[in-house]
Design a protein around this ligand. Structure first.
Ligand code: ADP
Ligand code: MG
Length: 258
């Protein structure tokens, strides 16, 4: 059995008196594509942020998160992931997080840096080899024609594809995506899911993706982890997520969430 890529052990998180994650534990093994589902407010984004150390533990929190054998966080204390580790985890946001006035190519090149630099320091910073690699990443997401366009002139679907190219540039082994298709029209959403799925299949990268739409999760992911009120409600093969279980998962949520 391979060493898990992600191990979450008894993770708890509170904001004030509100407990948002309640004793959550699971493992993800290398090369899995896992859907993280659950009603709005169930703690999906908070959990995903813990996986990369974006959320600080506080004294109300506890548990352990291990990413590729390195502990990200232990009870009551955050160990900031070093640059090299941050690079091995790529994060994709619902709102893309591109630098709008920079070109598509530069936005992808930023993926080599591990953190957001001061923009002035970008000038002449990248090597030809890095540029070639960025172009190859953009070709994989079908944007090779748009490399010099400013990011803020793209459609939402194109912006999300740039964000995926940036993660490829990082050569991230683990891709964490928080509602990556929630702001997109159905066609762009399908394109983005197809690209993520292809990257997963071809490169064997581990993908954990929060999704609103269960039908999308069923189409692209083998496994689902479901949160309900901050607790682990389901963890298993997505085929075992029966309609009854789904109904109970979303029972207090608006119908539009199903
Ligand atoms: P989901 O992504 O499943 O919709 P979230 O993880 O965003 O859920 O939020 C879970 C709960 O935690 C919600 O009730 C939300 O209001 C609360 N929450 C999230 N972030 C914060 C924060 N920084 N401060 C206070 N409460 C927060
Ligand atoms: Mg969320």
């Amino acid at each position: 059995m391979s060493i898990p890529t992600i191990t979450v052990e008894s993770l708890n998180k509170s904001f004030g008196h509100r407990q948002v994650l309640d004793d959550v534990s699971f493992r993800v093994i290398p090369g899995e594509m896992v859907a993280l589902i659950g009603p709005s407010g169930s703690g999906k984004s908070t959990l995903l942020r813990h996986l990369v150390g974006l959320t600080c533990a506080n004294r109300h929190s506890g548990g352990r998160v291990t990413l590729m054998e390195r502990e990200i966080q232990s009870a009551g204390r955050l160990r900031r992931a070093r640059r090299s580790e941050r690079c091995r985890t790529g994060y994709i946001f619902q709102q893309f997080n591109l630098v709008g006035r920079l070109s598509v190519l530069t936005n992808v090149l930023i993926g080599t840096l591990g953190s957001m630099p001061r923009l002035r320091s970008l000038l002449g910073r990248f090597t030809d080899e890095e540029r070639q690699r960025a172009l190859a990443c953009l070709a994989r997401v079908g944007l090779e024609e748009m490399v010099h366009q400013r990011a803020n002139t793209l459609s939402g679907g194109q912006m999300q594809r740039v964000a995926i190219a940036r993660v490829l540039m990082q050569d991230a082994e683990v891709i964490l995506a928080d509602e990556p298709i929630a702001s997109l029209d159905p066609r762009s959403a399908r394109e983005v899911m197809e690209i993520l799925s292809r990257i997963h299949a071809e490169d064997g990268r581990t993908v954990v993706i929060t999704l609103h739409q269960v039908d999308v999760a069923r189409r692209y992911c083998h496994r689902a982890i479901a949160l309900k009120d901050g607790r682990l409600y389901f963890d298993g093969a997505i085929g075992e997520l029966t309609d009854e279980r789904l109904q109970a998962l979303y029972e207090n949520a608006g119908l539009d969430e199903l």
